[in-house]
Design a protein around this ligand. Structure first.
Ligand SMILES: [Zn+2]
Length: 180
């Protein structure tokens, strides 16, 4: 198909882009017993005796969403844009990384159509917090909450994630050009 032709959904193939984001953070006892931070996912704090280790606020959901957007744009990833050895990024609220990715997308004429996020975590179950995570992401991106999905999965007690030693997030995001 010629890229200028519309497909049978009416979208021009050049007006859509998909991006994938992935993140994993090790979980440790909270400071001062370990290096774990408050356990944030999509700006929502989870109750847990452990917390993610990271240079910023270690919010794996915001990080994966940010990387999905940057990936769709074909830009440098979050680690290149916001180095983890930079003092200005230490303990930084990760929603700022996401807002910067949204700003860059908008600058190039792209907006987020929808995204689907999968959080893999043994405990706690994120069910009761999912709507707040969706609302926080939707607000930062500037889209309707209906266009942001978050689901939780267990890793069935297998490997580091399943043993509760890490949190893992996958995100797929679709971007569209205005008028596409
Ligand atoms: Zn991260």
């Amino acid at each position: 198909m010629n890229a200028q032709q519309s497909d049978n959904t009416g979208h021009n193939a050049q007006q859509l882009r998909v991006g994938h984001g992935y993140d994993l953070h090790r979980l440790e006892p909270r400071s001062p017993a370990g290096d774990g931070r408050a356990f944030l996912l999509g700006g929502v704090e989870l109750e847990h005796d452990l917390g993610p280790v990271g240079h910023s606020d270690a919010d794996a959901l915001y990080h994966a969403v940010t990387d999905a957007l940057l990936g769709a744009l074909g830009m440098e990833d979050i680690g290149q844009l916001f180095p983890d050895d930079s003092p200005e990024n230490e303990s930084r609220d990760s929603v700022e990384f996401l807002k910067e990715a949204v700003r860059r997308a908008g600058e190039d004429g792209w907006g987020v159509v929808n995204m689907d996020c999968t959080v893999i975590l043994e405990r706690p179950r994120i069910g009761p917090m999912k709507m707040r995570m969706r609302e926080n992401i939707a607000r930062a991106v500037g889209i309707d909450v209906e266009h942001v999905n978050v689901k939780g999965k267990s890793h069935e007690q297998v490997d580091a994630v399943g043993e509760g030693r890490a949190v893992e997030v996958h995100v797929v995001a679709l971007l569209g050009r205005a008028g596409g």
